[in-house]
Write a protein that binds this ligand. Structure first.
Ligand SMILES: Nc1ncnc2c1ncn2[C@@H]1O[C@H](COP(=O)(O)OP(=O)(O)O)[C@@H](O)[C@H]1O
Ligand SMILES: [Mg+2]
Length: 251
C-alpha cells in the first residue's frame, strides 16, 4: 500500500450465480491520473465500476477509495466513499420526476449544502457545460446526448476528486464527444481528479488516458500508457486498434 492510489482494487471476484464475471481483478489508479478501461461488451467493465462504488457485493477481494475500504454492507463506509466520489452511469440514470437543475443539485444537497447554494452551484455547472437550456427540462424532454451531459454535470458538480465514468461519450456525436473528453482532461489538470473511464473508442482513450487497460476474462490483462497500448500484441487490443491512426499532434 505504499503507492498513492486513490482507486485501488485487489483480487476482486464477482459472480452472478454460476457466471463468474470478475476473477481476481487488480487495479490501482495513481493520484491525478485517468485510467481508461476498455474491453468487449459484457466483459464486466460496468460491474468493475459498480464494485468500486459499492453497489455490488464481491465474493472475494476488496476495493479502496482514498484509503477507505468499500464495504457494501456498511452504510457508514459507503457514505464516506460516495461523498468524495462522482459517478457517471452508463445510462444517464437521471431521476425522471426532477428537472435537470434538481438532478444536478441533488448530490450537493446530499452532501449537506443548503438548497439555495446547491441550486446556484448546479446552475453554474450546467451553464459551464453549455446546458443552460436544459435547466428546467425533465429527462423525458431531453435528447439522449443532453441527458448524458446532464448526468456528467451531476457527477462532477460536487468537485469530487475521484470520478467513475461509464461510457460518458457512447452515443454522442463527434463534437459533443470531444467536448466531454476535454472536460475529463480539464478535471484532471485543473482539479487533480483521479478517474476510471470506460470507453470503446480508441481515439478518445488515447486523447484522455494516462493509462489504458484491457479487461479480458475477468482480469485487467494489459495496462500501458497510450502509445504502448496501441502497439500491444494482445489480439483484443489489435482488434480495438485496427484502423486507428494516431495523430502526431496529440499525445
Ligand atoms: N445484476 C446483474 N445480475 C446478473 N448478471 C449481471 C448483472 N450485472 C451484470 N451482469 C452480467 O455480467 C456481465 C458483465 O456485465 P457488464 O459489466 O455490464 O458488461 P460491460 O463490460 O459491457 O459493461 C454480463 O454478462 C452481464 O449480463
Ligand atoms: Mg457497461
Amino acid at each position: 500500500m505504499s503507492e498513492d492510489a486513490p482507486i485501488r482494487v485487489e483480487g476482486l471476484r464477482i459472480a452472478f450465480g454460476d457466471r463468474v464475471v470478475l476473477d481476481g481483478l487488480d487495479l490501482a489508479v495513481p493520484r491525478g491520473k485517468t485510467f481508461v478501461l476498455m474491453g468487449l461488451s459484457g466483459t464486466g467493465k460496468s460491474v468493475t465500476l459498480k464494485s468500486i462504488a459499492g453497489f455490488l457485493e464481491p465474493a472475494a477481494g476488496r476495493a479502496f477509495v482514498d484509503g477507505t475500504e468499500v464495504d457494501p454492507r456498511d452504510r457508514a463506509s459507503l457514505r464516506k466513499v460516495r461523498s468524495g466520489m462522482g459517478y457517471v452511469f452508463q445510462h444517464a440514470a437521471l431521476l425522471r420526476w426532477m428537472t435537470a437543475l434538481e438532478n444536478v443539485a441533488l448530490p450537493l444537497v446530499e452532501n449537506g449544502v443548503e438548497p439555495a447554494e446547491a441550486q446556484s452551484r448546479a446552475t453554474r455547472r450546467l451553464e459551464a457545460l453549455g446546458l443552460g437550456e436544459a435547466i428546467d427540462r425533465y429527462p423525458d424532454e431531453m435528447s439522449g446526448g443532453m441527458a448524458k451531459r446532464v448526468g456528467f454535470a451531476r457527477a462532477t458538480v460536487t468537485g469530487a476528486k475521484v470520478i467513475l465514468y461509464d461510457e460518458p461519450t457512447t452515443g454522442l456525436d463527434p463534437i459533443t464527444t470531444r467536448t466531454v473528453d476535454e472536460l475529463i482532461v480539464r478535471g484532471r489538470e485543473e482539479d487533480g481528479v483521479t478517474s476510471v473511464v470506460v470507453s470503446h473508442d480508441v481515439e478518445s482513450a488515447v486523447r484522455i488516458g494516462d493509462l489504458i487497460g484491457l479487461l479480458y476474462e475477468g482480469r485487467i490483462q494489459v495496462v500501458a500508457p497510450p502509445r504502448e497500448f496501441l502497439r500491444h500484441t494482445h489480439p483484443v487490443v489489435r482488434e480495438f486498434v485496427r484502423g486507428f491512426r494516431p495523430q502526431e499532434s496529440s499525445t
